[in-house]
Ligand binder design. Structure first.
Ligand code: PLP
Length: 280
């Protein structure tokens, strides 16, 4: 069977859509995980495909548990996808067990999947530990070297490096440390930097993210949008993957993905809807 780029074309463009793959957890309530990824892929005109690593139980109030799938089940979802499609871009999210991490790394090594955007998911905002300790160690050993870019937030970077990050300089050091652990590029997300800010400090906040791409630094500054919204890390990493699938450079992909995620957060902040999710 020959691989095809996508089975769908839309009405506006006759070119086939890039096929995008997410390997991540299912949040059945739709705020995070593969549902957020798929919405992002569709909004950015990719053809979405997904392999689920874990079925979580959650809503806006918290995460109440999860049932992790076996590594074999994850592999069995991905193989038919790569057999049929030429996947143009990929991301990984919640990889909850060591066995799943090892299997996912093997899939990226042994098939022609493109280098993924690796979102090193560890905990939910509500504090639930989504991945086992051993999975985190395996993520560093197995997935960092395969990633096009790794996208930690500050708590994740602190866990991965053991560093304490309190300012922009700390973000640069952490990005470099994660790169030295084996990643080609690191997008260090600063959204949690001023988590305790209040009053005028909070109003003047900027969202600062630092890209360290093989030692070349790019600093992204944008307006901070004060909104409670889940799944922003999922949306950002899926959007970076989608833009990479359109053959944009990493730097451009991140710039566009930040704009897209900012718009999603802005919409959610204006919405009275309890789920504080975004609609596409
Ligand atoms: N659930 C799943 C399946 C996720 O992948 C993630 C984050 O990536 C979360 C929950 C956590 O989302 P939040 O940080 O918005 O709580």
């Amino acid at each position: 069977m020959t691989r095809i780029e996508a089975i769908e074309t839309d009405n506006r463009a006759s070119a086939p859509r890039p096929v995008a793959l997410t390997i991540a957890g299912l949040d059945p309530s739709g705020g995070a995980g593969v549902i957020a990824d798929i919405r992002t892929f569709v909004a950015l005109e990719c053809f979405p495909t997904a392999a689920i690593t874990s079925v979580t139980f959650q809503n806006t109030k918290g995460v109440f548990g999860a049932e992790n799938l076996s590594a074999e089940t994850v592999r069995a979802q991905v193989l038919p996808i790569v057999e049929q499609y030429q996947v143009a871009c990929a991301k990984t999210g919640m990889l909850p067990t060591r066995k799943i991490v090892v299997e996912v790394a093997r899939l990226f090594r042994e098939t022609n999947l493109p280098a993924p955007v690796v979102d090193p998911v560890i905990r939910s905002t509500s504090g639930y530990q989504l991945v086992e300790e051993e999975a985190l160690r395996a993520l560093v050993e197995e997935m960092l070297p395969l990633a096009r870019v790794v996208t930690p937030n500050i708590p994740e970077a602190e866990r991965l490096t053991g560093l304490r990050i309190t300012d922009e300089d700390g973000m640069r050091q952490a990005a470099r440390a994660i790169r030295e652990m084996g990643a080609r590029a690191v997008l260090m997300k600063g959204g949690h930097l001023y988590g305790t800010a209040s009053g005028s400090e909070r109003l003047n906040r900027e969202a600062i993210d630092i890209l360290d791409d093989e030692g070349r630094l790019t600093i992204f500054r944008s307006e901070w949008i004060d909104a409670e919204m889940r799944g922003t890390g999922c949306i950002l990493s899926a959007a970076i993957a989608a833009y990479l699938g359109e053959k944009m450079s990493l730097e451009e992909s991140i710039g566009e993905a930040k704009r897209f995620t900012g718009e999603a957060i802005r919409k959610a902040s204006k919405s009275n809807w309890a789920a504080k999710s975004y609609d596409v």
